[in-house]
Design a protein around this ligand. Sequence first.
Ligand SMILES: [Zn+2]
Ligand SMILES: [Zn+2]
Length: 630
Amino acid sequence: MENERKSPEERQKMTDLERIRHSCAHVLATAVAKLWPDAQFAAGPPVENGFYYDVELSHRVTPEDFPQIEQEMKRVVKANQVFEKVVVSRDQALADAQKGRLAALGERSAPSKFKLDIVQNIPEGEPISYYKNGDFIDLCAGPHVMRTGNIGAFKLTHLASAYYKGDERNPQLQRIYGTAFKNKTEMDAYFTMLEEAKRRDHRKIGQEMGLFALDAEYVGPGMPLWLPKGGAILEELEKLAKETEFAAGYVRVKTPHIAREKMYLTSGHLPILYKDSMFPPMEIVEKEPLIKTAEGADGQGSEKPQADRYYLKAMNCPHHHRIFAAEPRSYRDLPLRLAEYGTCYRYEQSGELFGIMRVRSLNMNDAHIYCTEEQFAAEFNAVNEMYLKYFKIFGIEKYVMRFSTHDPSRLTGDNAKFVNEPELWKKTEDLVRRVLIESKIPYVEVPNEAAFYGPKIDVQVWSVIGREFTLATNQVDFAVPARFGLKYRDKDNSEKTPLCIHRAPLGTHERFIGFLIEHYAGNFPLWLAPEQVRVLTVGDDEPLVDYAKSIVKELRAGFVRAEGDYSNNKINGKVQEAEKARVHTMLVVGPRDMQAGAVSVRLHGKGNAGAKPRAEAVAEILAAILERRG
Ligand SMILES: [Zn+2]
Ligand SMILES: [Zn+2]
């Protein structure tokens, strides 16, 4: 829930920037209270990229009010008021709230009604405190920056409306959003980045380039159709993954998109844990008995038709586990690395859907590595190496691994969130931590966010313009293989359960291509460009067109996505059209090029690269594609 109360410990973890932003929310409230003394404030937390404050106000705030509010805020910042913390008794807080003194510059005729409600809901025994800046007093547990002057730069950004505590039975409030930074340079850089991100919006560029279509009416919301040009990118990514995984000893498998309910009851995704993220089941009644066991399909010895439920798969692991189980396994078979570009379906809330970044059908660069405990560190390390190799290919320079661990207090009881295997948690978390430290990969450790079956690593990367994306996860699973009864026969002939590593370095096609569109601003490197080469003729003389066609033919024989423009339009117009379509390499041929057996090379966005013998130009194109040069 959005207004879930944070514990004092959680609050102390606020970063410096969050403190600045939350403090700026108080400054916003100070300014609003000055302009409209009847304002009733609710909550004002820091959020991703800024802060907000919810307020009930007879005046309808519009962006036209921002300059006036910001001017008042500037005065407060300039006055460099101290944020003074005052611990008060519950009675004092209740009395002040009654007098309208909280989130206000002085006493008022009406009580501070939301603050009153908040005080009443603070658990017994938890300290109650105010933060004062100048005459403004707010009920707040902090923490803050020392002085209003520590807010280096700020800006109000937008407005929204929200129900008090997110509950529509409560009053509707005006939510004023803003952001704040340590200094103006950082704030300017942020807004420049936002502008650039808007220019690089994957939905806009995706449409311009004809990469994908979203057809909510016929196909359904959040289920992208990959058009031929997007399909080309997708094929290249799969080719990269297949080559890389083959070299790393993976084997490829293929599994259906649906499975019986039993699959997910066994994995533990059903009945509860993952239910809301899955599409509702399909009821199916078989005409013939499904499974002929001694007891019969219904467990009663009869084999009458039975209704069953099938689910669209939301993850590929259970299917892969059944592939592991399909044959007897020995220690000699391990590590077994099963890879598949698997299609999954997740029932994201329609409000959460966003272009191809947040979708309901996704193609995942999935694989599951089954290994022994002794093999684990080497396997895990190899997975990390694969990430680094990919980062290099895509020019991803900034990345961090978020290592999510379990919370030992949540293994049992009503609050249980993790499989109750304290020894295994400790062992695997230690192993993962050691690999991360030894491989010198930047990482941060986040307690209490592991998957229910083991520690997890989320890989966060920054696009070239500095925007952060969570691309892929990497998980250790020591619980689900056991639930599926997966076994291998060890050297000493005993039966053991393998560990399983889930990994998807290229994430899903949807999210990864969405990221790449922004990262490259649609100007894909040659190997990924949907149209890699276009041969343009100067005029449409038949011998010239034949020459151009023979170049296209030669390139296509080398699997280059090459097209020709042989029309008699002016060459400048033809070049412009190719530039607009973001064709990576243009080969312009005129009569003189033809006579010399040459081509004039032009690169998208970079202009003329000079004339070259045809054979040399073709060889260079083939080599650049083969080496996946950025
Ligand atoms: Zn505060
Ligand atoms: Zn998995």
